[in-house]
Design a protein around this ligand. Structure first.
Ligand SMILES: NC(=O)c1ccc[n+]([C@@H]2O[C@H](COP(=O)([O-])OP(=O)(O)OC[C@H]3O[C@@H](n4cnc5c(N)ncnc54)[C@H](O)[C@@H]3O)[C@@H](O)[C@H]2O)c1
Ligand SMILES: [Zn+2]
Ligand SMILES: [Zn+2]
Length: 367
């Protein structure tokens, strides 16, 4: 079939919305009619050409939500009409990582996905004879996509997809960092560095887990105000003074859990230094530039602080994302507050401009 899709033709140039061909699902694959898709920094990062592993032409987009239209041979967990979120981080439930219970980093289709192919090393996207590669295994800046069954999370039909789509990347990364990596407990003191979607998700997750005190660190007053709406109790505008203030306000010890959601290595270090002596855990969710390193004085670790990374918030996509969707339906996760703009697919480049101007938190494309 032919679909409208936003194609990255050339790095550093606007995406070109056009008709492309999409073949039907093969064995183990699913055709999804995309209804909504958030625009994330990773899309812009790849479009800009800064990402050394990027490729073109490709259809960008990875924060997608849609409805199953058809399933390929052997697909048993999904049927036409099911509502799904797309998972750039799949969950096969069979590989040595999935069965370990220790990580959400599934090994099943990693190499093919990184290179822009579906698991059988081909693409379903094309333009005449030319193959167009799939971005992050998702390619959801498009009216439809074909993805492996193991990379789709089935979500309740009663929840609006243009809100739920935030769970396909940014919101789950932050919320999961609090719930699944840090496992914040009631009464804890938390500090979140960065109040974009990821940091705000961490605030919402910490609040849900019963954190008593939540510091939000961000130079943007607008963004701090959003965090306060979600449960942050103390505002700081960043820099080394923020660390000093967090220590001061916690009897000289630091916060039980700190979260970094900026991608800046200096801020990552600050998040480590603001974590409590003895047991403080620093969770790093931001993605630093290639080749950058984190500079931590080892004494911070020997005195009991721990550092963890969080890919997709540690969420096991097919198990945890539906659970987060149910929390949203129960009124416990105000995902709608993360969304500031809705735009049609044709205006995808405006969504990038909004992001570059830091106008709003999330733009959601609708179809
Ligand atoms: N780990 C993952 O799976 C995953 C998934 C999505 C995004 N990310 C990464 O998470 C990071 C955050 O993403 P986002 O969409 O929330 O980004 P964002 O750009 O919307 O938010 C970053 C925030 O950091 C703030 N900031 C800038 N300098 C600061 C400082 N010195 N101290 C404190 N805050 C400062 C900015 O004002 C901004 O509000 C990015 O690096 C992104 O690539 C990681
Ligand atoms: Zn993303
Ligand atoms: Zn797996």
């Amino acid at each position: 079939m032919q679909i409208r899709a936003a194609v990255l033709e050339e790095f550093g140039k606007p995406l070109v919305v056009q008709d492309v061909g999409l073949d039907g699902p093969k064995a183990g694959e699913v055709l999804v009619r995309v209804q909504a898709c958030g625009v994330c920094h990773t899309d812009l990062y790849t479009a800009s050409g800064v990402d050394p592993s990027g490729y073109a032409p490709t259809v960008l987009g990875h924060e997608g939500a849609g409805v199953v239209e058809a399933v390929g041979e052997g697909v048993t967990s999904l049927a036409p009409g099911d509502h799904v979120l797309t998972l750039f981080s799949p969950q096969c439930r069979e590989c040595v990582h999935c069965t370990s219970g220790k990580t959400n980093i599934c090994l099943a289709i990693r190499d093919e996905q990184n290179q822009g192919y579906l698991p059988d090393h081909t693409t379903r996207l094309h333009r005449g004879d030319e193959r167009i590669r799939h971005f992050m295994g998702t390619s959801t800046f498009a009216e439809a996509t074909v993805m492996p069954e193991i990379a789709l999370a089935k979500v309740p039909r009663e929840a609006p997809l243009d809100v739920l789509c935030t769970l396909a990347c940014g919101a789950t990364t932050g919320i999961g960092a609090a719930l699944y990596i840090a496992k914040v407990e009631p009464g804890a003191t938390v500090a979140v560095f960065g109040a974009g979607l990821v940091g705000l998700g961490a605030v919402a997750g910490a609040k849900l887990a019963g954190a008593e005190r939540i510091f939000i660190v961000d130079p943007s007053a607008d963004r701090r105000a959003k965090a306060v709406d979600l449960g942050a109790t103390d505002e700081l505008d960043g820099g080394e003074e923020a660390v000093a203030r967090i220590l001061e306000e916690t009897g000289g010890f630091g916060a039980d859990y700190t979260f970094e959601a900026t991608g800046l290595v200096d801020v990552m270090r600050q998040a480590v230094e603001a974590a409590r002596m003895g047991w403080g855990q620093c969770v790093i969710a931001g993605v630093a530039g290639r080749g950058e390193t984190l500079n931590v004085i080892p004494r911070y670790l020997i005195t009991g602080r721990r550092i963890a990374g969080a890919s997709f918030g540690g969420a096991r996509g097919r198990d945890d994302v539906p659970a987060l969707a149910r929390l949203y339906l129960e009124g416990k996760l105000p995902l709608e507050r993360f969304i500031s703009h809705h735009l049609p697919l044709a205006q995808v480049n405006e969504a990038f401009e909004l992001m570059e101007r830091q106008d709003g938190i999330r733009t959601v494309l609708t179809f």
